[in-house]
Design a protein around this ligand. Sequence first.
Ligand code: ARE
Length: 475
Amino acid sequence: MRRLLIVLLSLSLAGLSGPVAQAAPSGDRDVIVQLFEWNWNSVARECGQVLGPKGYGAVQVSPPQEHVVLPGSGYPWWQDYQPVSYKLDNTRRGTRGQFVAMVNSCHAAGVKVYADAVINHMTGGSSGGTGSAGSAYSHYDYPGTYQTQDFHHCGRNGNDDIVNYNDRYEVQNCELVDLADLATESDYVRGRIAAYLNDLLSIGVDGFRIDAAKHIPATDIAAITSRLSRPAYVYQEVIYGAGEPITPDEYVGNGDVLEFRYGKDLAKIFNTERLAYLRTFAEPLPSDHAVVFTDNHDTQRGTGVLTFRDNGRYAMANAFMLAWTYGTPKVMSSYEYSSNDEGPPSTSTGQTVDTTCFTNRWRCEHEWRVIANMVGFHNAVRGTAVTEWWDNGNDAIAFGRGDKGYLILNDESTALTGRSYHTDLPAGTYCDVFHGDYTPGHCSGSTYTVDSSGWFRADVAATDGLALHADAKVS
Ligand code: ARE
């Protein structure tokens, strides 16, 4: 009993909002990378070869459950967001055995695994078919899992679809783009969803991105997560829509929330304003409940955010995100596409092929030197405040993180030359991780020496930066 009390007390001290939903990832490494559409074997390999060594804390994998298969539409990526059952047996990304092996490999590399949990709905379309693991289904019938009484039939707009996002009832009871909407107020549905999530937890999954959380009342999510078998990190997709009645802050009681305003505001500052405005950069969600990102798989297919197509500027925006104090960063990793629907590199039967970074359409932003090395910066400066801010009133900025790190970003069209910078870093010689990789005692790029009064001199090219931190000190 006493041990139980201690466990419960330490759980509540760890910031748990309910018995089992957990806000803010635990441990020293909190950066998440979204390996969008990667197959299980490739994620397993990446955890050991790159994610662990570079300091990523967790990988967000694409939905692991059985999904629709749409050869007539060219196996679009979004098949995965239409569950047919909660079997993990056979998806475009691999088998249940491969999924289990992936979780084990990632854990061995010190990387947590967060699954994209599609629990708001099942499939769209009226024809039905056979899912990736061989299960037959139609819109409101999933033998052994759900039947018509387990869905909302909202009786609006002729086809039960959501039309008016300003109507809370409609957003949470009608169908998001025709996807059969689960009645999450029902005890049976809650239990079935919890059983799926608990199956993932039994494999070792560490957390969940709750897809389309805005379309599920926050209290229903709480009722589902209260049935989890052990604590799990929960972050919810609640897109802020100006004037909409359902707001992201309604969901912070369940865990963290994806802060969609962040990527748009960051892009606006980089593209049309001044980097000097970043001095007070924050969004309305409390920092310790916000998951922040430059772009994700939906927003990169829209407008108003920075993506891999912005190259150097994209790297700089990610560097800022990883160096700044606001939110838990999530790094995006993409593949190129010629239409928004196009799936990842695949076989002719729609199985995702192994990822080969920088070839065959795989862009692997998370491996770009600046982005990957700034994960190490982020880990090194954890817990420190922003210090020694400097800007030129326009597009050149610099700041420190306590005595642990210092970043310069120059988004001007000309080089920033002849300046010395003042930092709280202890005197010594540091690797510029923007241009070099650090291994103990060695830097593959330029080094900079901070003198005993905290000064160092540096020139920074246009659209470029420089980053020094305590875990990349050469001498
Ligand atoms: C596909 C077809 C549809 C078809 C449907 C069913 O494209 O034409 O009707 O299948 O047959 C993804 C794709 C969809 C795809 C779906 C299912 O993006 O195109 O539909 O998978 O295969 C809202 C939601 C938010 C949601 C976005 C896309 O609030 O939750 O729309 N995002 C998540 C995922 C998506 C995924 C789904 C949900 C569904 O990240 O990748 O869809 O699982 C304002 C509002 C927002 C709203 C936004 C866009 O900003 O404030 O709330 O987001 O507009 O409508």
